[in-house]
Ligand binder design. Structure first.
Ligand code: SF4
Ligand code: SF4
Length: 278
């Protein structure tokens, strides 16, 4: 079973929940940190990294000795990553989405493949947990291909047992790339108007994919009832509430998973996994 943990905005406790699930399951777990712009689950899981590899995207390089400046590569590029004016051609690798269009349309065989590093994939062990994470190169904007590659490294499609994916925050392409092909999405939010606003966006995004979804309210007790009421109105299952506590906040600040300090929380997460499975 593959469970993705997502949220409409950062800072809601998404990683906290993902880590708690992995540490509470009592079965073989694969943990995949897909929040490649800011992977921080390693702070709590403290994995021993056993391997890594750089990941590159193919981008065009132009052989000007063959180019006749016809402009077909520019015309097909939806991302303005190639431009041709007069007898000048320029490429902008940072804007290239590696769709391959310019390679296909060039009749002069003038477009050559170059490689652009966008980040690194790491894997290892955190106790019994198989741990994977992607780290986007600083300054790099293209996170979706790296997320796809991290999932590929886990042999995602054939994966048996429980896989927990920590998704990036928000509602854009990297989130879709993470939750696609999962069995269930947990949306983590806070009981505040901001939390509700972003939960609505996230729930609407996930519903378009048709993946079963439930909500966990983190820091319950500090805000209002807006999130609870909205979930009830929408028929969205409220899976769990994690009460705000000073001990949990203090543990988080020290990089200690809250299941290690909050009595009974591990059992609750274990029951939740069973419930989702059913
Ligand atoms: S399509 Fe090929 S020949 Fe035409 S401008 Fe681009 S690189 Fe040059
Ligand atoms: S590979 Fe695609 S996105 Fe990249 S420059 Fe060529 S047409 Fe544009």
């Amino acid at each position: 079973m593959k469970i993705a943990v997502a949220s409409g905005k950062g800072g809601t406790g998404k990683t906290t929940v993902a880590v708690c699930l992995a540490l509470s399951s009592g079965q073989p777990v694969t943990f995949v940190d897909c929040d490649v712009e800011e992977p921080n689950s390693h702070i709590f899981l403290r994995p021993e990294i056993e391997g890594s590899r750089k990941f590159h995207l193919p981008v065009p390089g132009i052989d000007e000795s063959r180019c006749n400046y016809c402009g077909k590569c520019r015309d097909i590029c939806r991302f303005n990553a190639v431009t041709v004016f007069g007898k000048t051609i320029m490429t902008f690798p940072d804007m290239c989405h590696s769709c391959g269009g310019c390679f296909l349309v060039c009749e002069q065989d003038a477009v050559r493949e170059e490689r652009r590093n966008i980040g690194v994939i790491e894997w290892g062990k955190a106790g019994e947990i198989d741990f994977f994470q992607g780290k986007l190169r600083i300054g790099e904007a293209m996170s979706s291909p790296l997320i796809k590659e991290v999932k590929k490294q886990t042999l995602f499609e054939e994966k048996k047992g429980l896989t927990i994916l920590d998704a990036p925050p928000g509602t854009s392409c990297p989130v879709i790339k993470t939750v696609r092909d999962t069995d269930f999405v947990i949306l983590v939010t806070e009981p505040t108007p901001f939390g509700l606003h972003d939960l609505k966006l996230a729930a609407s995004t996930i519903s378009t994919l048709g993946i079963p979804t439930g909500v966990i309210i983190n820091k319950s007790g500090v805000g209002d009832l807006g999130v609870k009421n909205w979930c009830k109105d929408q028929g969205l299952p409220l899976l769990m509430e994690i009460p705000f506590s000073r001990e949990a906040a203090s543990a988080y600040a020290k990089g200690v998973p809250i299941v290690e300090v909050e009595h009974g929380l591990k059992e609750k997460f274990n029951e939740l996994i069973e419930e989702i499975s059913r």
